[in-house]
Write a protein that binds this ligand. Structure first.
Ligand code: GUN
Ligand code: ZN
Length: 434
């Protein structure tokens, strides 16, 4: 942990609120020559360089990032670490993609050595892309989550993860039972939930792969441990939705399956929600649950076009998810770029400030972590990214024509990816440097 006080001089973008709620001008502050001060992992000052410097006393170290832009670390609200090795698998939509590519790769995680190796590669990749917090799927194997948390703890990351629960409609080598899934989850919760910066998410894969008995067990766990998360998939693909209807004919729809078993909570995060009815959006909103919008995945698997504006109209919390390995990039910048295109296909605009909000503070809010992370505010944990606006020859040339910060941000997102990340800091410590 960084014990000394460190001051970072850079351009700084500080998101403070949702532009959809307060308007663009009130949503952020920009310090072209700014100073961010961190002590013992916590932000102690942020503001323009001259006044902030004058307010500092005692010794501190100065780090100069004057031609860079500092923003809060990115928050990925839906990703699968075991799918790192099969990202970019050709030709299928959701259900065949799961069967042909995903399940065989996930089987390999019964070996904790392989799981530990992939956890390292995965967490390196997050750091390279400026992602400092993620809500992460493991596999059905308890040890896959154990090794993931061990590695995340070693890096002092704020991470949320859980063991997949899946007791039917999947290969035998990947299924558990309601009882052992419950027991394994319980042991992992006792060991890892609220362990430093780590939290646990009870993780039924999706309604088709859990029996009603298993979903009851999920509801039971959530009652026994009210502060844990619930993480699953919802209404991603039309065939999947029809399958859920045939498996649960007594329920009113896909969301109602989860609702019936007590799975709708403020800390419930549903990936996708591409094809939801108005009633379902309403129910998500009143329960305080969140949707993870996963643009690169929705395009890659041909799932459909998510309407961010509609979801927000219902007051549903929305975070951004890469959904690797169905998603094709670990970069939240690339994810925002694809989100922009998804909105364009629906004749709607996604402003770059709103995008940055979604990828940081909006994600933190969706996870109820906005008191700790998501923006560069005094008292919050010092998870931040140093962006390089001139990362490539093209970006450098294009940036010369960018007149405003908002234009620069849009170029950063449209053209940027891991090459645009100069450094990533976790709890005040350097975690990655280009
Ligand atoms: N639905 C159930 N499992 C998965 C998965 O692993 N990825 C995606 N994108 N959707 C799912
Ligand atoms: Zn997913």
């Amino acid at each position: 942990m960084s014990q000394v006080k460190t001051a970072y001089r850079s351009s700084i973008i500080q998101l403070v609120a949702d532009p959809s709620e307060v308007g663009l001008d009130n949503a952020y502050r920009y310090f072209e020559d700014g100073l961010l001060v961190v002590e013992n992992g916590i932000i102690t000052h942020v503001g323009d360089y001259i006044t902030t410097l004058a307010s500092l006393n005692g010794e501190f170290e100065m780090v100069n990032y004057q031609d860079k832009i500092i923003t809060a670390g990115f928050v990925d609200t839906h990703i699968h670490y075991p799918q790192t090795g099969m990202i970019a698998s050709y030709g299928e939509q959701l259900l065949d993609w799961l069967e042909n590519y995903t399940f065989p790769e996930e089987e390999r995680f019964k070996d904790p050595e392989y799981a530990a190796k992939v956890a390292k590669i995965f967490l390196d990749e997050l750091a390279t892309n400026g992602t400092t917090t993620a809500l992460v799927f493991g596999t059905v194997h308890k040890q896959s989550v154990d090794v993931f948390f061990q590695e995340a703890k070693r890096r002092n990351l704020r991470m949320i993860a859980g063991k997949v629960l899946m007791d039917r409609n999947a290969p035998d080598y990947l299924t558990d039972t309601p009882e052992c899934g419950y027991q394994d989850s319980k042991e992992l919760i006792e060991k890892w939930h609220d362990n430093g910066r780590l939290s646990y998410a009870v993780t039924p894969r999706f309604a088709p792969t859990s029996s009603p008995e298993q979903l009851d067990m999920v509801g039971k766990l959530l009652q026994e441990y009210p502060s844990v998360y619930m993480h699953t998939h919802l209404s991603e693909n039309k065939q999947e939705i029809e399958w859920v209807k045939s498996l649960f004919p007594e329920r009113e729809g896909y969301l109602d399956v989860y609702d019936h078993h007590g799975l709708l909570h403020p800390r419930s995060v549903f990936a996708h929600g591409v094809h939801l009815s108005d009633c379902e959006c309403q129910r998500l909103s009143e329960s305080g649950s969140a949707i993870a919008f996963c643009p690169t995945s929705n395009l890659f698997l041909g799932s459909g076009l998510f309407d961010l504006n509609r979801m927000e109209g219902f007051g549903v919390r929305v975070g951004m998810g890469t959904d690797v390995g169905a998603g094709t990039s670990f970069s939240l910048m690339q994810t925002m770029s694809e989100a922009y295109k998804i909105m364009q296909l629906q004749q709607k605009k996604l402003h770059p400030v709103k995008s940055l909000y979604q990828a940081t503070l909006g994600g933190a809010k969706a996870l109820y972590l906005d008191d700790k992370i998501g923006s560069l505010e005094v008292g919050k944990e010092a998870d931040f990214v140093v962006l390089e606006p001139n990362a490539t020859t093209l970006m450098k040339f294009r940036m010369q024509q960018a007149k405003t910060l908002e234009e620069k941000l849009f170029v950063l997102m449209s053209l940027g990816d891991d090459r645009t990340v100069h450094a990533t800091y976790v709890y005040g410590d350097l975690a990655y440097r280009a």
